[in-house]
Design a protein around this ligand. Structure first.
Ligand code: DMJ
Length: 449
């Protein structure tokens, strides 16, 4: 009897051991595949688009955002290649930027986009390389976009000219107006000049101080008059990273004002926006003054929210919301750009290789260690391989129903999509979330404790 029981125990142990081993082998395998695919896509960018902003993967050509390149993909890809251990490729980017980057260009650029991709990418490149020349380039770039904040309210203009400092575009959405704390705060940290942080913080204060009595902000604002253009309030695209930076700004800089703004905001969001059933949780678009629901459309960008909820300790809501997104992904493979969750209707069928749902799977795996989130990441990766893979790289989809491919590889595919896939399987041996904060473009920044 005793011998029988021992044999039973040993077999059970061996079975569990082989399951653990198999799971670890699978994790290593998929992580290696993700690295290999990232490197292949990077090599395609190098072959067909080196020195330009983005790769057109089907025509094997390139595109620049403006009349002259700003090296966006190279800058955006750096932190991912570095975290994956591709040291040669990372050094090549560093050398290229120090030898060739020149931002003294008479072009109007989108303040928000270049802040998160170029300034964020350069500063993170500096943190990861400690190359002082990169820091100088980042400071130069930061100074070139600083005039954007010279509006009546201090909320930045939509466009800023990199050479002349001229500005235009006095209506911005709240994400475009309030997503600067991480990058500008880091510039202040490295230059010991508070001006950058103060301007970024003021922009957030200006938005926050115009919140409704329900503590909700609108979506679009006139930066000269400070008037809201609309009264729609939500956590999704066009507002998203304003909330993200209030919380991450607090994590990075320990400024109690940011903590207060975050706590006031998230309390209102969790009170007025959840729209749930037993099995699903979406965040609705509501009127900022009455909390009346305005519509039931969600965009794939909104799928960053489970990540932010998880990071800020709201694990139950994060898990339920992520399950809703995962359901939507599996219903269509991949998820549509805009979807009405009440009518069950696709409003916009595009898919641009966006990272948000993957980012949330990574954060949830990091905090819960529940294998369900690694399985989600594996599934998303397999679907990207099935539908978005081209001969050399990956591409967006014009329509996720027909799977018609588009000749475009956005730079955030390197900065975020592949990085978060990789991190979902390497959460303990790369950057940890006690010491690092990711900007909204996926670039890691060290927290000074
Ligand atoms: C990225 O450029 C950033 O994550 C940004 O905050 C909004 N979305 C895109 C990727 O979808």
């Amino acid at each position: 009897m005793k011998t029988g029981f021992s044999v039973y125990l040993i077999s059970l142990f061996l079975l569990l051991f082989s399951f653990t081993l198999a799971a670890e082998t699978d994790t290593t395998l998929i992580s290696e595949q993700i690295k290999k695919e990232t490197l292949n896509a990077w090599n395609a960018y190098k072959k067909y688009a080196w020195g330009h902003d983005e790769l057109n993967p089907l025509s094997k050509s390139y595109r620049d955002w403006y009349s002259s390149s700003l090296y966006i993909t190279a800058i955006d890809a750096y932190s991912t290649l570095k975290l994956m251990g591709f040291e040669n490729e990372a050094s090549e980017i560093e050398n290229y930027i120090t030898d060739h980057a020149n931002f003294d260009k008479d072009i109007f650029v989108k303040t928000f986009e270049v802040n998160i991709r170029i300034l964020g990418g350069l500063l993170s490149m500096y943190e990861l390389s400690q190359n002082k020349k990169i820091l100088d380039i980042a400071i130069d770039f930061g100074n070139r976009i600083l005039p954007a904040f010279n509006s009546k309210t201090g909320i930045p203009y939509y466009w800023v000219n990199l050479k002349t400092g001229r500005t235009k575009g006095d209506i911005v959405n709240v994400a475009e107006g309030g997503t600067y704390l991480i990058e500008m705060g880091k510039l202040s940290e490295y230059t010991h000049n508070p001006v950058y942080y103060e301007k970024a913080k003021n922009a957030d204060i200006q938005i926050f101080s115009r919140r409704s009595p329900l503590n909700l902000v609108g979506q679009d604002i006139n930066i000269e008059t400070g008037q809201w253009i609309d009264s729609i309030s939500h956590i999704g695209a066009c507002i998203d990273s304003y909330y993200e930076y209030l919380y991450k700004g607090w994590l990075l800089f320990k400024d109690p004002d940011l903590k207060n703004m975050w706590e006031t905001s998230i309390e209102a969001v969790l009170r007025y926006m959840p729209d749930q059933t037993d099995t699903s949780l979406w965040f609705a678009k509501v009127n900022m003054y009455t909390a009346e629901k305005m519509n039931n459309e969600v965009t794939l960008w909104d799928a960053y929210f489970p990540a932010l909820l998880a990071l800020s300790g709201h694990i139950a809501e994060a898990e339920k919301c992520q399950k809703s997104w995962n359901w939507l992904w599996n219903k269509y493979k991949p998820e549509p750009m805009i979807y009405d969750y009440k009518k069950n209707e696709i409003i916009n069928p595009g898919y641009d290789l966006n990272p948000e749902i993957i980012e949330s799977a990574f954060y949830l795996y990091y905090f819960t260690k529940d294998a369900i989130y690694q399985n989600m990441a594996t599934n998303y990766y397999n679907d990207l391989m099935r539908f978005c893979k081209t001969n050399d790289a990956f591409c967006s989809l014009e329509n996720m129903l027909t799977k018609k491919q588009v000749d475009h590889l956005p730079s955030f595919f390197f900065a975020e999509t592949m990085k978060y896939l990789f991190l979902a399987f390497n959460e303990s041996n790369t950057v940890n979330l006690t010491d690092y904060v990711f900007n909204t473009e996926g670039h890691p920044f060290r927290i000074i404790h």
